[in-house]
Design a protein around this ligand. Structure first.
Ligand SMILES: [Zn+2]
Length: 206
């Protein structure tokens, strides 16, 4: 993950983009901990459309292979439910070839990115919420750059992919595209404005 200089209060608010207040637990279903999304509700359908946006130009140009899984069991972070996580699907050491082989068996090819979504949320969410979540997760997926900001390539001239932590730019991209769509984001916007005003008034460092 990239190092972030985002202030703590912004990080907290940015985390809210992909978490929800915890509600009553769903009754457990008798299926696997992870499942491939069924074609009818597959997130890739939404992602394919979003990848045409300028925000994701690098992913589209570089031909990033993105695969998706649904997760049955709820994950919590700070009393909130995690709706999605983006990963570079690699493991350390000698196990990696075996892991890559398993991914090939599962997806037909080893993906550059693996995005895992909360299954219960996905089935309950409106199309717009699903799209916002996919947009958010895709925002974590980037073409890595070197210190001078140049895009990096491997020896076979394939892009070197990376993950980006929550940052203000990514947050503003979501708000620009979708507006302040829930109360958390509204209070986040209010916090930014208040913070900006405070900084102006005191003209001190923040
Ligand atoms: Zn996120």
């Amino acid at each position: 993950m990239s190092e972030s200089t985002t202030p703590e209060y912004l990080t907290r608010a940015l985390n809210m983009l992909e978490t929800f207040p915890v509600q009553e637990p769903e009754p457990a279903e008798d299926d696997g901990a992870y499942v491939l999304p069924p074609p009818a509700v597959h997130p890739a359908k939404i992602a394919d459309e979003l990848l045409k946006l300028p925000e994701f130009g690098d992913l589209a140009t570089g031909g990033a292979c993105i695969e998706w899984l649904f997760k049955r069991d709820e994950k919590r972070k700070g009393g909130r439910q995690v709706l999605g996580t983006a990963h570079l699907p690699k493991v350390q050491g000698d196990l990696n070839p075996c892991f890559v082989w398993m991914l090939e068996r599962l997806f037909g090819r080893p993906p550059d990115f693996l995005i895992i979504l909360d299954k219960t949320f996905w089935y309950q969410a409106t199309p717009k919420l699903r799209e916002i979540l996919v947009f958010h997760e895709l925002s974590h997926c980037i073409h890595k750059t070197n210190r001078s900001g140049e895009p990096m390539y491997d020896l076979e001239e394939r892009p070197v992919w990376g993950l980006r932590a929550h940052d203000v730019e990514e947050f503003t991209a979501v708000v620009r595209r979708y507006g302040a769509w829930n109360d958390d984001i509204k209070s986040f916007c209010a916090a930014i404005i208040a913070h900006a005003e405070e900084t102006q008034v005191s003209s001190g460092a923040s």
